[in-house]
Design a binder for this molecule. Sequence first.
Ligand code: SAM
Length: 308
Amino acid sequence: MQIKGEYHIPALLKETIDLLEVRPGKRFIDATLGGGGHSKEILLRGGELLSIDRDPEAVKNMEDFLKACPSPAKGGGKFRPPRLVQANFSDIDKVAQENGFTEVDGILFDLGVSSHQLETPARGFSFNLEGPLDMRMDPNLSVTAKDLVNGLNEGELAELFSKLGEEKFSKRYSRAIVKARQVKPIETCNELAEIILRNSPPKGKFDRTHPATRVFQALRIAVNDELNAAKEAFPKALGLLKKGGRLAVLSFHSLEDGIVKRFFLENEQKGIIKVITEKPVTPTPEEVKQNPRARSAKLRVAEKIINS
Ligand SMILES: C[S@@+](CC[C@H](N)C(=O)[O-])C[C@H]1O[C@@H](n2cnc3c(N)ncnc32)[C@H](O)[C@@H]1O
């Protein structure tokens, strides 16, 4: 179970780190630091590390962890401190260059949001928490979920929910949103979730997810331009890998996984990589029991087989 107060429980931790073949002295980039679960495991296994996150809270959390670690003089120093950078991983080439992390042995992308982001009401990611409709991973982004919900027209909202949420009832929900906002702007996560709930068709017997799940997913992906960031970052990451270096990507929904799958296939056909995971690695029932958020995780790993 999720431990209250824990920043994030990493999904497929052992599987990911094993497949990245972390060994002392090898160099890695964790493009999605989050709560640092994967980063810390890389460090504990002796890897040298550059960790990136676009959310300043993730970087601060890791800085605080490192400050609390005992210094070598006090018997600590089990690992070399990582380099930490707040940035969008779509700039991974620039960040790697600036930090001397070109020619690396492995790069990890653990896509999506952290539990900390989801569970902090003020960040506005969650349909069951009362918070402003925000959803920005990087608080410096200029457009929030509230701007989209109140600013897009009915057709644009329907297209967004359908494309980025794969929502079957996109038209029904966009109509309901436009009607509701004629009375007053939709300001909070709960307000939006209520509108969707009131307008959702009766629940199917096997439908256990909240009807607003897909609408919230679509808004989050749009606010953070998540799919384009991944599409931009993967070729750059490949360029940073040594021959024999590995790229590991954890995805949590079919849109992300589709991008990873296509990217791997195209580059395998070009003879640049060899896909290591013939089928994606998924969590065991025990892991899902301990960490229900890991249930949709899919891990794909590829090895670069040429010098770039
Ligand atoms: C699933 S969490 C990572 C969890 C992490 N592996 C751990 O063990 O705690 C995803 C993290 O990636 C970050 N992120 C998502 N998209 C990003 C992007 N385009 N650039 C940089 N960071 C991003 C999010 O802010 C979030 O902290």
